[in-house]
Design a binder for this molecule. Structure first.
Ligand code: NAD
Length: 363
């Protein structure tokens, strides 16, 4: 199915996107608003201050602006939390969602070590509320964010959805794996078509300041020193946000089919896919490309002394040395594979950063 066929398949549908003021959620809503006609989108986000809320406000303003221009697609934003069961129930009752994309979550591996409550509230209780709502108000498809972190310290690369993922090394990873287990049980018991997407290190303009590419940039511009973990011996499968969004849209348009098992009972309409670039980059190469692109975009001066602002440090708790996605299932089932190379993606990030922070002297 081409991307325009996917967009046509959403005509007349009502879609809930949770985490709509977040990095991936706002990009998904943007793409849906721009590419789809006769679609009603409801966004939900609690606008928490895990990172700079002005970024979430900025994304919301962009979405409201696009929605105002688009007459044949509507967008409504609801401020609220997944853990508010009554709110979720009311939303499902009044909106009759056809497709639900659950991207709201407490993200971040390191933060989960010091703030476990946030993960239990949003990722466990919140996700349970979404499942319950889908049970009582049947939907065509529930798509939800999982994470490459479920692979923990998996030695075998590339990471395949066939690999055993029973050894999470952070609470964040454990909540994401729990989401997959809960979704499986609900798919089996209540016939809810669900697809979990394991995203691999997503980056891009207006991204998350807690992630390395953004945090490094903030530090370098302030003249601080960046810390490169595991002495640089890390590899990450960086995936550009537009590629992630295209993957989500393709997946949204095709719910897992309902089939009967050998025992005559229905098989759960349940799938899990990796969405990653399938091209892991060495952390030191990543820092080198980021440095070059920050200079090119005039975020940093040409004579910036990068060597003086770099420190190689040991591995951090919860971190993993490598992530590398096997995306062959995504290719087979959806004819799609992310493809933006790191330099192109970081160039777009650096240019956005210049416009957003440097041009108007916000930093
Ligand atoms: N960005 C990545 O590299 C990456 C990688 C793997 C998985 N993921 C997952 O993808 C999803 C989206 O990630 P993102 O990078 O856009 O993160 P993000 O933090 O930018 O977006 C999440 C949004 O959800 C909102 N939110 C958090 N808890 C909520 C709650 N209880 N109720 C309502 N809203 C709530 C936040 O305010 C935020 O705007 C998350 O589930 C994340 O765990 C992201």
């Amino acid at each position: 199915m081409s991307i325009s066929d996917c967009n046509r398949s959403f005509e007349g549908k009502t879609i809930l996107v949770t985490g709509s003021a977040g990095f991936i959620g706002s990009n998904l809503v943007k793409r849906l608003l721009n590419g789809t006609d006769k679609v009603r989108i409801v966004g939900l986000d609690n606008m928490n201050d895990y990172y700079d809320v002005s970024l979430k406000d900025y994304r919301n303003r962009e979405l409201t602006g696009i929605a105002a221009e688009r007459k044949s697609a509507s967008y409504r934003f609801v401020k609220g939390g997944l853990e508010d069961k009554a709110l979720i129930e009311d939303l499902f009752e009044s909106c009759h969602f056809d497709i639900v994309v659950n991207l709201a979550a407490q993200a971040g591996v390191r933060y989960s070590i010091t703030n476990p409550d946030a993960y239990i509230h949003s990722n466990i209780i919140g996700f349970y509320n979404i499942l319950e709502a889908c049970r009582h108000h049947p939907v065509e498809h529930l798509v939800y964010a999982s994470s490459s972190s479920v692979y923990g310290g998996n030695k075998k690369v590339p990471f395949s959805t066939e690999d055993k993922v029973d050894n999470p090394v952070s609470l964040y990873a454990a909540t994401k794996k729990s989401n997959e287990l809960l979704a499986h049980a609900y798919s089996k018991l209540y016939d809810i078509p669900s697809t979990g997407l394991r995203f691999f290190t997503v980056y891009g303009p207006a991204g998350r300041p807690d992630m390395a590419y953004f945090g490094f940039t903030n530090k370098l511009i302030r003249g601080d020193t960046i810390e490169i973990f595991n002495y640089g011996n890390c590899q990450r499968d960086f995936t550009y946000v537009d590629d992630i969004v295209e993957g989500i849209i393709r997946v949204m348009a095709k719910a897992p089919g309902k089939k009967t098992g050998e025992d005559g009972l229905p098989l759960p309409p349940y799938k899990v896919y990796n969405i990653g670039n399938s091209n892991p980059e060495n952390l030191l190469d990543f820092v080198q490309i980021l440095s070059e692109e920050l200079v090119r975009a005039r975020v940093l001066p040409e004579d910036y002394d990068f060597e003086a602002h770099k420190k190689l440090v040991p591995m951090q708790p919860g971190d993993v040395p490598v992530t590398y996605a096997d995306v062959s299932d995504l290719e087979t089932d959806f004819g799609y594979k992310p493809k933006t190379d790191l330099r192109t993606g970081l160039r777009k990030f650096a240019e956005w950063y210049y416009d957003f922070y440097v041009k108007d002297k916000r930093v």
